[in-house]
Write a protein that binds this ligand. Structure first.
Ligand code: PRE
Length: 88
């Protein structure tokens, strides 16, 4: 079990680093959106992302509903960041 837990810890670290990189990109998007007075949320883009991620999840044998919930949760936080940038 110790070996498995080591792998789990490595995977969790990778997830954190990947999320940090994603948020660096979205912070730049947030600044661009604020500069051009664009809305924080883009529901059409989100629908495409969800569709794509659900497909990837299915191929990877991951519950697509879980993948959608996770992406929606992350995007909600990004939108909150965008709104903060727009107000600043
Ligand atoms: O692509 C954008 O327009 C973003 O602001 C990034 C992002 C995302 O986190 O993927 C966040 C908010 C939008 O509603 C759609 C996508």
């Amino acid at each position: 079990m110790e070996r498995l837990r080591e792998s789990i810890d490595n995977i969790d670290a990778a997830v954190v680093h990947m999320l940090a990189e994603r948020f660096k990109c979205t912070q730049q998007v947030g600044r661009l959106k604020a500069r051009h007075a664009l809305p924080a949320a883009d529901p059409a883009r989100e629908a495409r992302q969800i569709e794509r991620l659900r497909g990837l999840a299915e191929s990877a044998r991951l519950d697509p509903a879980f993948a959608e919930k996770l992406l929606t949760f992350i995007i909600a936080e990004v939108i909150r960041h965008h709104e903060t940038i727009a107000r600043s």
